[in-house]
Design a protein around this ligand. Sequence first.
Ligand code: HEM
Length: 315
Amino acid sequence: MDSKLEEKIELLKKKYEASGQDINSYLDGLLYSEYLTYWDYIELDTLLSLQKPKTGFPDEPIFIIYHQITELYFNLILREMEQMKVRGNQIESDFFLERMERVNRYFEALTTSFEVMIDGMEKEQFLKFRMALLPASGFQSAQYRKIEIGSAQFMRLVHVDQREKYTLNSSIAEMYEAIYWKWGATELATGKKTLTLLQFEDKYSEELIRFGEGAAGRTLWDLALVLKEKGQLSDEIIASLRKHDTLVNVTWPLAHYKSAVRYLQRKPEDIAATGGTNWQKYLPPRFQKRIFYPELWTEQEMEEWGKSWVKDALS
Ligand code: HEM
């Protein structure tokens, strides 16, 4: 037997002995097991069985699949953020920067591909099949909310008009009551919470508050402060955080807003008549003023938040 093979068998023996296992049984397993295929490895058949349109319109699967693609990217982002969170005070600048670049790359891919929604479906089909999907909305994406919660100190997610009521010491549960997104899910006509929000809160509020408590002190911003303490908060890292703030809070929301404008543009009175939300006043970044890292922007940049991008995005 060649010496490399012998060496490997010896290593394997040690590995199995260490946990009280017999290498022979595992070698038998290797002998009988099938070769791995691409389709089994990535669970292709399962993946392609997960699109279940509610109507027969051929454009509905585009809507489903693009949402699924987005959720998978959100999941990639959350995995990177989790790795950073786990390092906590041990975080090092190289690791932080590399992970921030990954996160930004994923969000950039989502932003630049949003044309799939904006231009990629027939308006007539969309307006019909969406009626079969009510009251579901991307608004109910818990992964999107976790990205927000894991990025910034919780207070930054409190509605812009309520922020002064809270301090960095307020509890997550208290601040959750004034979280900005509630204002996006209120019926225009009655001022009541929409069913979309009620369903979402019922399923996720507890989980999101727990997630927020777990992230407190270890959000991306808190980790940046750890790096600052260590004298490692480089210009490159600051640039990556500013890019993240821009992508999550301006560029992606504007790409998304553009699709709402393309398909749903109506007068507020007509929206109210059908129990809709005032998304035209809610979605644009210049109204939400959601800013993860205010410390990294000038007063003027925050004052004009989202404005300089609007012309380009909506032209
Ligand atoms: C034609 C495509 C789309 C249209 C017309 C659209 C429309 C809307 C509207 C009107 C809202 C406001 C809340 C509501 O009234 O339900 C909303 C919220 C939201 N949608 Fe979409 N959407 C589209 C695609 C997507 C996609 C692909 C995603 C990806 C997951 C998504 C994620 C979200 C999120 C996260 C919110 C909440 C935003 C916030 O709170 O600031 N949407 N969408």
